[in-house]
Write a protein that binds this ligand. Structure first.
Ligand code: ATP
Ligand code: MG
Ligand code: MG
Length: 381
């Protein structure tokens, strides 16, 4: 059978590998970490940096198509690979998603509302910020931030200047702080032929800048908003001539408006529920996009709730010692599906796994998910 390749060996690459292998493909992973979660489950693990020419050549020789699970791979690496095989998403689309300023400009071009913002990439830009329009706000590095890292909340011009220093005077985007009612996301998959399918709108709860809970069932996002979010995600994908799986994150404002926050050029944590709650998961969609297989519209068959399992849950033994969470008790509950990423060392805030809860009704899913959360020491939601 053919081999499918992935740049990046984290949990997203691991779950991609599982989906690819279920469909008869072998997988090859490029990641320098010898213990990378995807490398541990793949037929081939190339342990080099993303820009190592020898590593890229080895990957190219092994694979029929390549994808990425990590948006910060150098665009040049994707371009190199694209000379010899299909690469999805393409380097140009990943380059936009890597840079908040370029990403926001793309959203604006697509006619999708974004938070009021400005680019701060110099002392001059800092000195001329329209404080009345943008403060209080959040200063975010244009590149490399995730899980709320690389962001500082600022209320005054003085705090803004200090935050820019603190972030290393790198190019940043200053965004106005918006009053959020809640957050949601949409995952679309687009084939090379322009066909596009999507998962239902997902409602997301973040804690300390990290996704904590995703809920997906009828009625958890007002239908009019869900329609707007889906239309926005489609136009964002089409505007990039995107091929692959794309996640678009939104803010729902108090008062009801919808604003796009950011996008991820890959499967996303908020789509993990689809492994157990839909008949086609986001990872199978990624495989189908890469392999040029048909994209059929996924059908959600269960009300679904995903709980992220962060390293903190392992660090609750006496004196903060590592202890295994009570899986036996959790898995006694109906419709609980445990996914662990094979990471050796739990750390606070580190994504170690997730628990998908499925049920026939939203009420059933919520009741079970709240019981599981209580057993695990996750705060109620
Ligand atoms: P991810 O891990 O999803 O890539 P990130 O580090 O890129 O996260 P953002 O998605 O920009 O960060 O922001 C993290 C969270 O901070 C958001 O999900 C939201 O809860 C809050 N937040 C970000 N920007 C704003 C804003 N303009 N107004 C209000 N809250 C915000
Ligand atoms: Mg982000
Ligand atoms: Mg985000």
């Amino acid at each position: 059978g053919a081999t499918l390749g992935v740049l990046g060996g984290g949990q997203l690459g691991r779950m991609f590998a599982h989906a690819a292998q279920a469909m008869g493909y072998a997988t090859a992973v490029l990641d320098a970490d010898p213990e990378s979660p995807a490398g541990l489950v793949s037929q081939q693990h190339i342990r080099t940096a993303y820009d190592d020419p020898q590593g890229l050549a080895t990957l190219a020789a092994a694979c029929a198509a390549v994808t990425t699970e990590f948006e910060n791979v150098p665009a040049a690496a994707l371009q190199t690979l694209a000379r010899s095989m299909p690469v999805s998403p393409a380097a140009a689309a990943v380059a936009v998603a890597q840079d908040r300023a370029a990403e926001k400009a793309h959203f604006v071009r697509c006619g999708v509302p974004v938070a009021p913002h400005t680019v701060i990439d110099s002392e001059a830009a800092l000195a001329t910020v329209d404080a009345a329009a943008l403060l209080p706000g959040i200063l975010k590095t244009a590149r490399l931030g995730y899980d709320g890292k690389g962001q500082v909340r600022v209320a005054t011009p003085g705090e803004l200047a200090a935050a820019w220093q603190q972030l290393g005077r790198v190019p940043c985007v200053l965004e106005k702080m918006l009053p959020l009612a809640h957050e949601c996301s949409v995952i679309v998959a687009r084939g090379a032929d322009g066909s596009l399918v999507h998962l239902p709108v997902q409602r997301n709860l973040h804690r300390d800048g990290i996704l904590a809970v995703t809920e997906v069932f009828e009625g958890n996002v007002p239908p009019a908003l869900a329609g707007q979010a889906l239309a926005a995600a489609k136009s964002i994908a089409q505007g990039l001539d995107y091929v692959g799986v794309l996640c678009v994150e939104f803010f729902v404002l108090e008062g009801g408006g919808l604003v796009v926050n950011e996008m991820a050029p890959r499967p996303h944590n908020s789509g993990h529920w689809s492994q157990n709650g839909a008949d086609v998961s986001q990872f199978e969609l990624q495989v189908r996009c890469m392999a040029g297989l048909p994209l059929t519209q996924p059908r959600q068959h269960s009300a679904s709730i995903m709980l992220n399992l962060l390293g903190d849950l392992w660090l609750r033994g006496p004196d903060g010692a590592a202890a295994t969470p009570p899986w036996y008790q959790v898995l006694r509950l109906p419709g609980c599906h445990l996914h662990l990423y094979g990471k050796a060392s739990p750390k606070p805030g580190r994504k170690m796994g997730h628990l998908n809860v499925t049920a026939a009704s939203p009420e059933g899913a919520r009741a079970t998910a709240l019981q599981a959360a209580a057993l695990l020491g996750i705060a109620p939601f």
